[in-house]
Write a protein that binds this ligand. Structure first.
Ligand code: 13P
Ligand code: SF4
Length: 322
């Protein structure tokens, strides 16, 4: 892009942001955005966070309209939690390939093989799959949620790598579904080894969706929200970040004195990048595409999500007492 084109883009984004802000007020809407969203989309949002923070936020929000700048399962989780609100996903094709690696039918068949296992689903799953699960978790609370269960046997779906990571932290039998994130598997151990050799003092933080060989090389294994918290409190000046590249922008903006290096430039989630300011404006203009869940599925899926949120609340209450 030449200088003229890039200044035109800046002007267009400012124009779009003004239109979106105005329409957002008229509609009584809030914009929630995930940490992997494009920078210009994050800048439009009322709240930017990880899957857990976004679902907590959606469950507490007063606004009647939520524009969810993320992927389908995230908007669907908001629709599960807030049946009286309209949840808009600016591009209805922004899905999560990992979430699509399991269906309710295939989960029901697997449950038949392990009738005594407690079913824990990663939030990166459809409402239908959540409805077939006992409890949900995110990357931020997975170990805590599973530790708190009164069971020795867990059927964990759909992310085998998050499941494997949890199994190294707890003493329970874990049956793992063979799903994975096509973006995080692009981060290779050799990427970390090379960057560590270039920056020997750097800290390495990675997402638990990474391969076990990558996790083994990390100083910290964190959700995207956990990474934002770590970045603020660490003394390290250089941090190698093993997750989707979109998070680098927020980390750098919030910590201008530190250098953040993406572990791999190949770790791009094309679905997250489907959302643009223009599509966000159209969603507010058309009040569409809307994400809905049938009442029968919603009620059953909500049980699994509520159970996760309740475990988090008890944990927060205990922390405030100590
Ligand atoms: P976080 O909940 O850590 O933001 O992760 C969501 C996700 O989709 C990771 O790929
Ligand atoms: Fe799904 Fe991976 Fe994209 Fe996260 S980064 S939304 S897990 S495909």
């Amino acid at each position: 892009m030449n200088e003229l084109e890039s200044s035109h883009m800046v002007d267009r984004n400012v124009e779009l942001a003004e239109e979106i802000l105005c329409l957002k007020r008229q509609r009584g809407a809030v914009i929630l955005a995930h940490n992997y969203q494009r920078g210009e989309v994050q800048d439009l949002a009322d709240f930017v966070g990880d899957s857990l923070e976004l679902s907590q936020n959606a469950s507490e929000i007063e606004a009647q309209v939520i524009v969810f700048c993320g992927v389908h399962f995230m908007a669907e989780t908001a629709a599960i939690l807030c049946p009286d609100k309209r949840v808009l996903l600016p591009d209805i094709n922004a899905g999560c390939p990992m979430a699509n690696m399991i269906t309710a039918e295939s989960l029901i068949a697997k449950k038949g093989e392990f009738p005594d296992a407690t079913v824990v689903c990663y939030i990166n799953s459809s409402a239908d799959v959540k409805a077939e699960s006992d409890v949900c978790c995110t990357s931020a609370n997975a170990v805590k949620v599973i530790e708190s269960l009164h069971t020795d046997k867990v059927l964990f779906v759909p992310d085998q790598y998050l499941g494997h990571y949890i199994s190294t932290k707890i003493d329970k039998e874990m049956i793992l579904w063979p799903g994975f994130c096509p973006t995080h598997v692009r981060i290779l151990p050799e990427d970390i080894v090379y960057l560590k050799s270039e920056h020997p003092d750097a800290k390495v933080i990675v997402h638990p969706e990474c391969r076990p060989e990558v996790i083994a090389l990390a100083d910290e294994v964190l959700s995207t929200g956990g990474m934002c918290g770590f970045a603020k409190q660490t003394d390290a000046k250089v941090i190698i970040v093993g997750t989707e590249v979109g998070i680098i922008r927020r980390l750098s903006k919030e910590n201008p004195d530190k250098k953040f290096i993406a572990a791999s430039q190949k770790a791009v989630c094309p679905n997250m990048k489907r959302i643009t300011p223009e599509k966000t404006l159209w969603a507010l203009q058309d009040m569409a595409p809307e994400v809905r869940v049938t009442e029968e599925i919603r009620v059953r899926a909500k049980r699994a999500v509520d159970k996760m949120l309740d475990i988090g609340r008890v944990d927060q209450e205990l922390a405030s007492l100590s």
